[in-house]
Ligand binder design. Sequence first.
Ligand code: CO8
Length: 369
Amino acid sequence: MPTPVITGKGVFTPEDVITNDELVASFNAYATAFNEAHAAEIAAGEVAGKPMSSAAFITQASGIERRHVMEKSGVLDPTRMAPRLPGRADEEPSLMAEIALKAARPALEEAGLAPENLGAILCAASNMERPYPAMAVEIQALLGAPGFAFDMNVACSSATFAIQVAADMIRAGSITSALIVSPEITSGHLEWRDRDCHFIFGDVCTALVIEADAERGFAIRSTKAATQFSNNIRNNNGFLRRAHDQMDDRRDMQFMQNGRKVFKEVLPLVSAHIEAHLAEDGTTPDQLRRLWLHQANKSMNDYIGRKVLGREPEAGEQPNILQDYANTSSAGSIIAFAQHSDDIAPGERGLICSFGAGYSVGSVVVERI
Ligand code: CO8
């Protein structure tokens, strides 16, 4: 059976950066204007006043210090609070396809693989720019790749689940190589007017190339995927929207979560998942040189690192990138892997793990060749 090997990694990072201070200044200007405009209703108890946000809270509660976005002026405009991303004609490349290419090209270059030799392309992300035609098929056309391509969405676990799918196809012999791209334009579906979540997300695109029996890279020893239904992270936008009686823009058409419940429920789920996966793989925690964890919250990662390793993780053993990128959904653990794996020596092992809406947990044990 062929061994799937990660041979190329790519990260496209948008130029625009929003610091916590900039974000909070814009939110507080919006909240102040809202409170002034609704002063009478707020005083009568008919409308809830908007409490102010705080940069100190954001850093302490999440570890996030800044985030990259595709377009910051619209997000920071207190009268708009959404990115300015003009619509495109059908003849033009879609925005997600465009950034997918910017991550895919360096990944293919590192792999030394021409797009004409790709077997499959998976676009794995938490939201697609449109339902169809699949983003992945457009990316395939722009790259000039043969074979087949499809989209998949398992929210934050999209990339690790895609690694499992690609690795299984390579082991089964139906393809000999795959490109996985995760273009996450979270700024489009985050409610920037909600203090509880306005700081959480950022935009990015990651790419991985996986090939059969390559002689360099990271061999995929095993993968494990699991899901368990929960309403605690939810977005109710969808194609039945215009069929519902209430057709206006509701809050639940954007990202919604009960963050505290997610925090409490997902931690034991993930720790148990990783422990079971390592046991099935025959890898002991002390054989893991590095953990590339999902990037949602620093305290969550500290907890998972301690639980999996059975001790305090040493510096560099469990790198975080969330301070610079915030939560980039499915791309987070892949950014950590792409930016913190070059020093892993042949024979050393590591674990990529993502978790989030669904709930979903995906993990991958890799070994440097
Ligand atoms: N500034 C000041 N105070 C605030 C702010 C703020 N910005 N926000 C909340 N507060 C207040 C709250 O109102 C609350 O006040 P009170 O005690 O008076 O009620 C207090 O601070 C504490 O609030 P929380 O209990 O909510 O604070 P936490 O310590 O729990 O921290 C976190 C909040 C950081 C959100 C934390 O709960 C967390 O990280 N949870 C895990 C979240 C997570 O991992 N979610 C995964 C989501 S990602 C995913 O699955 C992908 C979805 C698809 C992508 C969508 C893209 C948009």
